[in-house]
Design a protein around this ligand. Sequence first.
Ligand SMILES: C[S@@+](CC[C@H](N)C(=O)[O-])C[C@H]1O[C@@H](n2cnc3c(N)ncnc32)[C@H](O)[C@@H]1O
Length: 290
Amino acid sequence: MTDATTEPFDAPTGPGGSTPSKESESYTHGHHESVLRSHRWRTAENSAAFLLPHLSPGLSILDVGCGPGTLTVDLAQHVAPGKVVGVDASETVLASAREAAEDKGVENVEFRHANAYELPFDDDSFDVVFAHQVLQHLSDPVAALREMRRVARPGGLVANRESDYAAMTWYPESHGLTEWNELYHEVTRAYGFEADAGRRLLSWVERSGVAPEAITPSAGVWCYSTPEDRRWWGGLWAERCIASNFAVQAKESALADDVALELLAQDWLRWAEEPGGWFAVLHGETIARV
Ligand SMILES: C[S@@+](CC[C@H](N)C(=O)[O-])C[C@H]1O[C@@H](n2cnc3c(N)ncnc32)[C@H](O)[C@@H]1O
């Protein structure tokens, strides 16, 4: 199942089709259940710890590319009664985000359909404008950062966190995981996206016009190393290899076929059962005072 959204900026493109552009981007992972399982695990503590010291009750936050919203809802609890808005290009995932807020009884958050390149807000609207793992899915991350800056109030913050696929490390060595990582780079490149966003984030923020001295860069890591975490992470990636939009794009761009993707899925499941197996995801982080 791929994401069913039909917005123009969600429309799928392939390397055989038009040149990837802002107008024709297709989110690599889509919103298959295996993808949402990973997004729903995210909390302010495990994915936005670098931002938490800057939050206090009453601040307003915009979360750009909020996905299923668990992170957004968590941030809303940190700034209540401050107003929090999550926006995403996919209507499908926004329905899930609204459910997450309702389930937790969080009322100072709302979710709206919007494109990161054209945020439907006036200049200077929010105290904090945040995006987690979104710029790596955009063909023009610097343009999106300029837009984030526009809606942040003077003296406010633009905060970003991006993973870096080439910096992912795992043990034990696995030919299959190495192939998966190479394939992920090839697919994202074919669609005009930068998988190694973490290391580039600081340079993108500088290019968006923020003075270097106004930016605090840092790095943050996810680590999946308990048997339970390994089974969860390995299991969801096995499924993503065969059932998510990543599989669709790998095949559309003739970089892999069903057999190859099934083998990668099996390698993920094998890795998940390895005693002592370990996987780390490095992120680049920035807080820019604008
Ligand atoms: C990797 S997910 C991250 C979701 C959430 N920030 C989190 O970390 O849990 C990327 C999200 O960005 C959204 N997205 C992609 N392109 C977008 C665009 N141009 N404007 C708004 N959202 C976009 C996708 O629909 C997807 O939900």
